[in-house]
Design a protein around this ligand. Sequence first.
Ligand code: ADP
Ligand code: ASP
Ligand code: MG
Length: 433
Amino acid sequence: MQQQVNVFKFGGASLKDADAIRHVGTILKRFAHQRLVIVVSAMGKTTNALEEVANSYWRGDAPEAKQKLGAIHEAATQVINELFAEVPEELTAAVNDLFVSVEWALDEAPNPEYDYDYDQIVSLGELVSSHIVAAYLNRIDLPTRWLDARDVIQTDNTYREGWVKWPETIERAERLVPPLLQEANFVLTQGFIGNTSENYTTTLGREGSDYSAAIFSYCLDAEAMSIWKDVPGVLTADPRLFDNVTKIDRLSYKEAIEMTYYGAKVIHPKTIKPLQNKSIPLYVRSFIEPHLEGTYITDDAGDVYPPMVAVERDQALINISTRDFSFVAEHHIRELFEHITTTRLQVNMMQNTAISFNVVVNDIDDRVERFCTLIDQNFKTTVDRQLELITIRHYTPEIVDSLRRGKVNMLEGRLPLTLQMVVKDVPVMRRKD
Ligand code: ADP
Ligand code: ASP
Ligand code: MG
């Protein structure tokens, strides 16, 4: 019987410099005899830096865009020089070609659709890192085949948030990956990117590499998927925001979906569903302490949990009422949701009263303005911005009280297991002297 495949995903933090990549090599040595599909993100904060390139280009400042791109190329070259005493020629050629193709594109006039240009530029990060890591693994005697994820992951034309075409993607994964795994135990590919039927690159949404790994896991019927993070596993809250967090050893798919959907940034929210559909377990493990057990996410993880907190920042609360002072009726709600769909707003919470409808959305780009303009003829709107959405699963009165302290509560919703509140900081009052 053929050995089953495991899928590993290494994110930007685990590949942030040459030492980090060496450390990933050390982790992978332990798995040399397994068949692995390894999905990698761009190194460190490269995607943010590439977003800056896209923004300069879009503003019409091609020289600035090129200068920023040059700095990213230099940083990649430095990592390569630190990793290899003798740099493989094919690696230098592959990386240079990738940078030159984007540099040339920066000489053209921007496309009318920003999101299209964004994807063509920002996808460079994963392409470069995957070439570097694959070459390094081969150099340390871990035979690895490089795979272009765009040959496998097919999406529609929704740039910056490509929707996966599952039948095409499954067919390609089944056809292309197993022969590579016959040649070498490791196949290494990019997270975050896909391809349209016209052969243009798409991205799957920021932080989407976890999702790419889940797509490969689903298509290849993986035995398990592991994502290697800078935390010991899934914690009761983001350790960057809270003290006293504890690791959760086992988590159900359902709990994981709820927490990640509302902003637990440790896993991309789209990751869990494909795994759940095929009962593929997900391990969230620490690349810093790789021998420790992380969090095991599966079907039979029980249902007793400590309170878990997720915080989503940059929320906008849109209060909507009709211009003719009528009640907000079903046909109004239908019209509002049509525009919510066209402007790609993600609704995190909603509540209605007789004369107003409140939605809480992620405040991305100019989507809220575009939405308000589209509905302006029939609806009045007021918008509160820079709010936080705090979601508490398995809430207790104590934890709710402690999270409310120092905040103004703008909207709250309770279900038996979940409490959500949209808050802003209490304005600081200063006494006049
Ligand atoms: P990657 O390197 O794969 O991109 P991320 O940085 O996206 O990894 O995710 C790991 C980060 O997620 C952690 O550093 C942590 O600050 C954050 N995080 C947010 N919520 C949680 C949580 N509930 N448990 C663990 N980490 C969390
Ligand atoms: N590099 C992409 C990002 O930073 C995808 C990922 O890392 O998951 O958003
Ligand atoms: Mg990430």
